[in-house]
Design a protein around this ligand. Structure first.
Ligand code: ADP
Ligand code: MG
Length: 659
């Protein structure tokens, strides 16, 4: 039996594997049939599986619904160690995991929907090397306790789903994704499989470079979906409802998604359609969970339901007979367009995708991008603050977001920029506040330790402050008072939790960094970082421009879309609006309302009130356009009835007015 001390200071040793789970000698065709019940591989699947089995990392670019999951689920059964699947959408993978479990595969997920007991079960299985597949969200790596467990697991395969998020050239750059490449090396993952449905050439290049994927292991089945009939139709906001209604009425009925940008538009359009006898319902993230499920179930079961939804709808929806996807509002980029239209016609039957291009939408869509760009002053302030830190430091992104009035995601991006420039390096996440509830008496808990350890544990627990139901320990302060390393304290608490002696909760997430090389000039650095934010803003605005342009192209619409992804069609698609000879309609003129005198007076009054969160022109412009910021939200200014006063106006116009 292991002694308590060994458990507490456990090293990297491995527990034995469960031999029953390993099927290295079964041919892949047989596993495909026996376990998954499929007769043959789909396009690209075999290629990917073979690269992985040969020990190579790979990038698979298949369209949505193309069968990317099988590319790791099947090899996972042939590997000895763990297959770690990182996906932002694990909540939607519940069915897949249930399927695997039914097939006798030890698969599990760690996400916030699990009960404490379920979580503990998964952690136990991970600790004891009993899992074949583990699904986690990228945020999970912010937990040092989770990392501690992973470090001693043998990871045969790490899977990164939605891998385009690691690239700044992609449409959905997420700084926490960029760290996954580093993490795969740190965890000694034997191979990595990256997956996405949308990657332009530069995004694919970025993914391959970051994860050391050889060019021949980049498998792209192509984006062309011959059964999708694509149309890009210019229309004004006034004619839009009538256009949508007439198409819904005139075409053969079928399951339909109508995509909109804003939650309130989803409600309005669904109501307008329902009033005219169309069986339509709204779906968006602002609705309560039960109602959302109900709408989803209703849609899944119906052959001709119409759901008017924000992009929250569709991810993870596996309905093969969606006949129509309408974009009532434009998507932000062609990547989004591909993803959203990709939900139509999974059964291979002809399906219509109508993109309504309405210039009046541009302001609202662009403003989302503008709302994210921090001011030069904010960047300067933040950079100066970071450079004042000692060589090793940690910070709270949440606190900084409020102090500098920049969204969390933007702070993370800024820190990532500093990492990419080789100025700082991340040393990992840490929690400063540990809270616990004892489940047994302290005498029992401390039984069996030697004298020195008992002294240490007593000293540690004596620093805990008792609240109403939880004790809390300030880890940094306690460690320095006791002259111990914080790791020892964390390991001790984790040990007791694993034994079930106490229930642990952490709070106060901080991120650790160290300086690699301090810059010569703080000002130059701030300018360079600011320029990078501006470039990213310019790129996002251009992406939207490409969507608008689609409606003015004279050439085959499908060809134009595929061109963006670096794919060339041998011949025109034959059934898009252009191929069918439908004329290119003129783009309606942008209809921008004048800013009224009354609005002008309201703005002047607001400025006169001298609210600190609205001090700079950009902060004021954001507020007037209805884009929340941490400082304005905290000051409850977003509840003020002037919040969003000019939301229908272009950000640049409002910014001019504010300057
Ligand atoms: P993606 O992640 O690429 O969007 P999924 O992995 O979720 O797609 O697969 C989509 C659907 O295709 C699932 O219902 C899956 O069971 C099915 N599927 C995957 N591979 C095959 C195959 N070889 N034969 C038949 N069906 C398959
Ligand atoms: Mg998928």
């Amino acid at each position: 039996m292991e002694s308590r001390e060994d458990l507490m200071y456990r090293d990297e040793q491995m527990a034995p594997l469960d031999a029953a789970e390993i099927v290295p000698d079964t041919p892949i065709e047989q596993i495909l049939k026996d376990t998954f019940g499929f007769d043959s591989f789909r396009d690209g699947q075999r290629d990917v599986v073979e690269h992985l089995l040969a020990g190579r990392s790979a990038l698979a670019v298949f369209p949505t619904g193309g069968g990317k999951s099988l590319c790791y689920q099947l090899p996972a059964l042939k590997f000895e160690g763990l297959t770690l699947v990182v996906s932002p959408l694990i909540a939607l993978m519940k069915d897949q995991i249930d399927f695997l479990v039914r097939k006798g595969v030890r698969a599990a997920r760690l996400d916030s929907s699990l009960s404490a007991e379920e979580t503990r079960g998964v952690w136990d299985d991970l600790w004891n090397q009993r899992l074949k597949l583990l699904y986690v969200a990228p945020e999970r790596f912010a937990s040092e306790r989770f990392l501690q467990r992973l470090r001693r697991s043998a990871i045969s395969l790490m899977v990164v789903d939605e891998a385009h998020c690691i690239s700044e050239w992609g449409h959905n750059f997420r700084p926490d994704y960029l760290k996954l490449a580093e993490l795969s090396r740190e965890l000694h993952a034997k191979r990595v499989l990256t997956l996405t449905a949308t990657a332009t050439a530069s995004v694919a290049e970025d993914i391959c470079r970051n994860f050391s994927i050889a060019p021949e292991a980049y498998i792209n089945t192509g984006f062309h979906r011959p059964n999708l009939v694509m149309r890009a139709i210019p229309c004004s906001s006034r004619e839009r409802d009538a256009l949508l209604l007439s198409r819904l009425r005139e075409r053969p009925r079928g399951a339909t998604i109508v995509y909109v940008t804003l939650q309130k538009t989803a409600e309005q359009v669904a109501r307008a359609l329902a009033d005219r006898g169309i069986s339509a319902r709204a779906y968006h993230a602002g609705m309560d969970g039960e109602l959302r499920h109900e709408v989803q179930d209703w849609f899944m079961a119906s052959p001709d339901a119409v759901v008017v939804a924000t992009i929250a709808f569709g991810m993870g929806i596996d309905k093969s007979d969606i006949r129509y996807v309408y974009h009532y509002n434009m998507p932000k980029s062609l990547e989004n367009y591909m993803q959203e239209t990709g939900r139509a016609g999974r059964d291979g039957m002809e399906s219509g995708c109508d993109l309504l291009v309405c210039p009046d939408d541009i302001a609202t869509l662009e403003n989302f991008t503008y709302g994210d760009t921090p001011t030069l002053q904010a960047v300067q302030g933040l950079v100066a603050h970071l450079l004042e830190q000692p060589d090793i430091f940690d910070l709270s992104i949440y606190d900084l977001a409020h102090e500098y009035d920049i969204r969390n995601l933007v702070i993370s991006t800024l820190l990532t920029y500093l990492e990419l420039r080789g100025i700082i390096a991340s040393t990992g996440p840490l929690y400063n506040e540990y809270k616990f509830q004892p489940n047994t008496g302290s005498a029992e808990m401390l039984q069996g330790f030697d004298e020195a350890r008992t002294r240490f544990l007593r000293a540690m627990f004596s620093k805990a402050e008792k609240g109403r139901t939880w004790f809390s320990i300030d880890i940094a302060a306690t460690a320095s008072e006791l002259g111990e390393k914080r790791e020892r304290l964390v390991a001790a608490l984790n040990y007791f939790e694993e034994k079930g002696d106490l229930t642990l909760k952490v709070a106060g997430l901080r991120h650790g960094y160290r300086f690699v090389k301090r810059p010569d000039s703080t000002e130059d650095l701030a300018q360079a970082i600011f320029a990078r934010f501006q470039e990213s803003e310019t790129r996002d605005i251009a992406r939207l421009g490409q969507v608008v342009e689609l409606a003015s192209m004279q050439t085959c619409t499908v060809r134009s879309v595929l061109n963006y992804f670096g794919e060339s069609l041998e011949s025109d698609c034959g059934h898009c609006d252009r191929c069918l000879g439908e004329p290119v309609l003129p783009m309606p003129r942008l209809h921008e309302a004048e800013i009224t005198e009354e609005q002008g007076r309201a703005v002047a009054a607001l400025v006169g009130e001298q609210h600190a969160p609205l001090a700079t022109p950009r902060q004021l412009a954001r507020f007037l356009c209805g884009l929340p910021s941490p400082a304005a939200s905290r000051a409850r200014l977003t509840k003020d009835n002037r919040f969003g006063l000019l939301s229908r106006h272009r950000f640049a116009t409002v910014l001019d007015l504010s300057s």
